[in-house]
Design a protein around this ligand. Structure first.
Ligand SMILES: [Zn+2]
Length: 119
């Protein structure tokens, strides 16, 4: 329901009240109340959509290097690595931890999905 429809409905409502048609007026009030609730709901959904879009814009892009994701920072420095499976599958940026021991070669491990990646 657009605001122009809402304004014409309000005028219609005022005419009904002036003519003493209170039942019709009550019906119009209920319609307007419902339309307002629908708009509030739509407004909330749009705000949430906008918040998510802004959040995605603020997050720097991931770059892949030898099978794991990194965030390229200024100069030669970078942040990471992050789990590719969690990033591509669940859209979550999960930091990998060093999982190497004396007996196994150095690896990156994901605490979320338990994937192991050679470092
Ligand atoms: Zn993972």
């Amino acid at each position: 329901m657009s605001s122009s429809i809402s304004i014409s409905r309000t005028k219609e409502l005022w005419e009904l009240i002036k003519a003493g048609a209170t039942l019709d007026a009550q019906e119009r009030i209920m319609e307007l109340r419902q339309a307002m609730l629908d708009l509030q709901e739509e407004n909330l959904a749009l705000k949430e959509e906008l918040r998510e879009a802004n959040q995605q814009l603020a997050v720097p892009a991931l770059v892949i290097d030898r099978g794991v994701y990194w965030v390229q920072l200024e100069g030669d420095s970078r942040d990471g690595p992050f789990c590719p499976l969690c990033a591509d599958g669940a859209g979550k940026r999960i930091r990998l931890r060093e999982a190497g021991t004396f007996s196994t070669p150095h690896q990156w491990g994901c605490d979320m999905c338990s994937s192991l990646y050679p470092a």
